[in-house]
Design a protein around this ligand. Structure first.
Ligand SMILES: Cc1ncc(COP(=O)(O)O)c(C=O)c1O
Length: 139
């Protein structure tokens, strides 16, 4: 698992980035395919596709769910704009279910209140929940 609030970047990581910066390929270079293959192998998947940022990843993840236009997707209010925008990018309506004040994660009771016939998916991103070691992420 990648810790959200305490990343680990060592000299090898920095050297790898500098190597790419000095190469002919800043985008779509051979390192992308190399990384996708390594990631797929690591998670035991046949394929992996990497994108440039979290916003693009959420856009594609929701798109892959193939939810018909007009449905609603739920997320929490204490998250990135991308968590709601990924629904808009896919012609879905974003909605919000409030968090549990103890965990900073989506409150299951609030989620149940928000479930309507237009409900299809919820995205439980709780960025604040990982900042404090006393809170366990359960979403
Ligand atoms: C849950 C979540 N959503 C969206 C984003 C936005 O990602 P980016 O700024 O890379 O587009 C982040 C970034 O860390 C994130 O953690």
């Amino acid at each position: 698992m990648i810790n959200y609030g305490k990343q680990s970047i060592d000299e090898d990581d920095i050297s790898a980035v500098v190597e790419v910066l000095k190469s002919d390929f800043l985008t779509q270079g051979p390192r992308v395919l190399e990384f996708e293959k390594a990631l797929a192998a690591y998670v035991g998947a046949e394929y992996a596709v990497v994108v440039s940022n979290g916003t693009a990843a959420l856009h594609l993840a929701v798109n892959a769910l193939d939810i018909p236009e007009g449905y609603e997707g739920l997320t929490v209010p204490n998250t990135f704009a991308a968590s709601a925008n990924c629904f808009l990018y896919n012609r879905l309506t974003p909605g919000f279910a409030d968090i549990d004040r103890r965990t900073y994660c989506m409150d299951p009771a609030e989620l149940e209140k928000r479930i309507t016939p237009q409900y299809r998916r919820w995205l439980p991103f709780p960025p604040a929940a990982r900042q404090n070691g006393s809170h366990r992420r359960y979403c």
